[in-house]
Design a protein around this ligand. Sequence first.
Ligand code: FMN
Length: 205
Amino acid sequence: MKDIKKVFSDRRSINYFDKSKKIDDKILKDIMNMAVLAPSSFNLQPWEVIVVKSDHAKKKLYEEACNQKKVLDASANLVIVGNTIGYKRDNIMYDEKIKNGLPEETAEKIIETSENDLYPTQEKKVAFAVRNSSLLAMSIMYAAKYYDVDTHPMIGFNEEKVKELFDIQKHKTVTMIISIGYHDDSKEIKPRERRLQYDEIVKEY
Ligand SMILES: Cc1cc2nc3c(=O)[nH]c(=O)nc-3n(C[C@H](O)[C@H](O)[C@H](O)COP(=O)(O)O)c2cc1C
């Protein structure tokens, strides 16, 4: 069993992936199924993941992701998608909640409060999608490291173009792309940059 501290300290954003090393489908599934333990608002899990692994699709993604070579070299790229209206009734999680005893009226109340008070504007809807799916993204990166798999998160891409490429609906965000695979051991990983510490980022009240 891997120490959580080691998972945190070993995770790095990997710029050079070994093209010849492919991630096993079973390991990718294990990583994803570990990562979905991430928390989300009302456990609505307003997220989806598109796995880009064919050379053809990678090339298209690379062109819309500022020609970042890791997109081509990584075994796969995970397009993390958030649903800006994932709090609405068609989210299948409500059916499970109701089956498990949540009164239908309470579900309706959650939806009403979400629409009118919590996420009334487009900006807040996007924040809902991005906040939730970012937690999934981070969980994927730590779960990957648990399995000795490397990752690199990216927001350097043309969101509209990426949505077109993978038929992502208008009301969904592309929160980030995570390249996933194995580090090319012939390349050096730069030392980690300093992190701001408690006293530099915390205000106590
Ligand atoms: C939301 C987000 C977006 C990022 N976008 C890019 C990117 O487009 N291209 C890139 O090379 N690195 C990108 N990075 C990687 C960061 O540069 C990297 O995480 C940071 O320098 C810390 O390094 P470490 O992850 O190795 O600790 C991104 C990281 C995050 C969290």
